[in-house]
Design a protein around this ligand. Structure first.
Ligand code: HEM
Length: 470
């Protein structure tokens, strides 16, 4: 919002063109790497302009402390983008909502009732059951010496879990629903990334009609809306068995009925929050596990050490449960190291200033650069989980060198659920199988490029051979 820094000159940044600013230069195929390269050239505080939107990118822990701790409140807004606004029912959700009393209450409900430690533990049997089914499917691949597509397996297992946790239904029963759900999530991402003139050139908003993107947005929104509505109707059906009354839709409907919040929870609030759960839940732990397996196959000695820890502690058990998994220090260090090198949301989520503020007067987003800065991390580009053993750096967002879940008022409320799911999946994959590259492929051929988007998905699917240990 602070377009006119009054005293200080703009921080350095790439020179833009009149009117469009840096918009045409930006490489959206891998935004975080692009910004990190620029930051190395222009400085850890760098300014840019996207059309009429000024933007400041920070890549240093010192400035992250300023923004996410000292001035957390001022930086608690989210920029309004057209696709995101529409899909979040004009910000009735948590992730994309503007900072407001209503957002505070929604977030409180989420932390106290929907994603609390107690609630996440209540869903534990679902996670353990789905992991066990995933292992059985990979056993089939292994016995037929068939390559396992781990990227797809992860999307499938996490969306099945989220389906059961959010709306009490196993989506994979006929494969069709599962695909429909994945397609919907994919379409929402496309809308979040889509280019709307109104986002960068408000006076040219009419162009969005001509390009057809407005129409596409409406169509996808309606598809999603009726998907949610169908699910909600099923939950309102008086003949629904009571044994099924404990998923997130049930909880939201109960809160709506109780009227214990200062505002009325509407169906739109419920639908908007479901969108956050789908996106947060399907596109997080699965991505971390895929990156962890990528890093491990490229670092066989680390994989061996981790398997050693898991197998030694767990013996011959078929499936490891969550209590057991949480006792494995090297596993946890491996997940932390994965999140350092391959953070799920390398740019966190953009923040918008709520008022003119004094931190140099700019909007700021922290970048993944912090996690790869050689001044902060020894051998920064190497995958070395050891660095997190006997270290007090945790994932809670209080150490500004390491922010995989963001920090402060808008930090991730799903961190506990995300981590517990990641640990469970990774430990079981490594406990049950030895992993090899398909014939003819060398570990250096496994690339680490990512797809464009909020979430850092691996670009090319990770395909490995699972072997049942003798
Ligand atoms: C490994 C798993 C996960 C990672 C790495 C992750 C990461 C993040 C990050 C970096 C942010 C932005 C924080 C900021 O702006 O400071 C965020 C926000 C958020 N995440 Fe997660 N997340 C994960 C899992 C989940 C899960 C499982 C859910 C829900 C089911 C979830 C729901 C949310 C929501 C609602 C927000 C927005 C918070 C707000 O704006 O107040 N996340 N997450």
């Amino acid at each position: 919002k602070n377009t006119k820094p009054s005293r200080k000159p703009n921080p350095l940044g790439p020179t833009g063109l009149p009117f469009v600013g840096n918009l045409l230069q930006i490489d959206t195929s891998c935004m975080h790497e692009y910004l990190w390269e620029l930051a190395n050239k222009y400085g850890l505080l760098m300014s840019m302009k996207l059309g009429s939107r000024p933007l400041v990118v920070i890549s240093s822990p010192r400035l992250a402390v300023e923004v996410l701790k000292n001035r957390d409140l001022v930086f608690s807004g989210r920029p309004k983008m057209k696709g995101q606004q529409k899909m979040s029912y004009n910000g009735l959700d948590i992730a994309l909502a503007p900072y407001s009393q209503e957002w505070r209450e929604m977030r409180k409900i989420c932390i106290l009732h929907l994603l609390s430690v107690k609630r996440v533990q209540q869903f534990r049997p679902i996670r353990e059951d789905d992991v066990s089914q995933m292992i059985s499917r990979i056993v089939k691949d292994a016995t037929q010496s068939k390559v396992t597509n781990l990227s797809e397996t992860m999307i499938s297992v996490t969306s099945t879990m989220i389906g059961r946790i959010a709306f009490g239904k196993r989506l994979d029963e006929d494969g069709h629903e599962q695909r429909k759900f994945e397609e919907l999530v994919h379409e929402v991402h496309a809308m979040f990334l889509g280019f709307f003139f109104s986002d960068y050139f408000p006076s040219l908003g009419w162009m969005d009609k001509i390009t057809g993107i407005n129409h596409r947005l409406e169509r996808i929104f309606e598809k999603f809306d009726s998907f949610y509505q169908e699910l909600i109707n099923e939950h309102l059906d008086p003949d629904r068995p009571e044994s099924m009354n404990d998923d997130i839709i049930d909880l939201m409907l109960q809160l709506q009925k109780d009227k214990s919040t200062s505002f009325d929870i509407t169906m739109d609030h419920i639908k908007a929050f479901l969108m956050n759960v789908f996106l947060g839940g399907t596109d997080s732990s699965g991505i971390v596990v895929t990156w962890a397996m990528t890093a491990l196959i490229k670092n066989p000695s680390v994989m061996k050490r981790l398997q050693g820890e898991i197998r030694q502690t767990m013996g011959n058990k078929e499936i490891l449960d969550e209590d057991e998994v949480e006792k494995l220090p090297f596993l946890k260090a491996t997940v932390k190291e994965t999140l350092r090198l391959y953070p799920v949301a390398p740019l966190l989520m953009p923040r918008e200033t709520l008022e003119k503020c004094k931190v140099d007067g700019y909007e700021i987003q922290p970048t993944w650069g912090i996690g790869r800065d050689p001044e902060i991390w020894e051998n920064a580009d190497e995958f070395r989980p050891d660095r997190f053993l006997n270290s007090d750096i945790d994932t809670k967002g209080q150490d500004y060198r390491y922010l995989p879940f963001g920090s402060g008022r808008r930090g991730c409320p799903g961190d506990y659920m995300g981590l517990i799911t990641t640990h469970l999946l990774l430990a079981n994959l490594l406990h049950s199988f030895d992993w090899e590259l398909p014939p003819g492929i060398h570990k250096d051929d496994v690339e680490t490029q990512s797809l464009p988007g909020f979430a850092m998905n691996k670009k090319n699917a990770l395909k490995l051979l699972a072997k049942i240990p003798g």
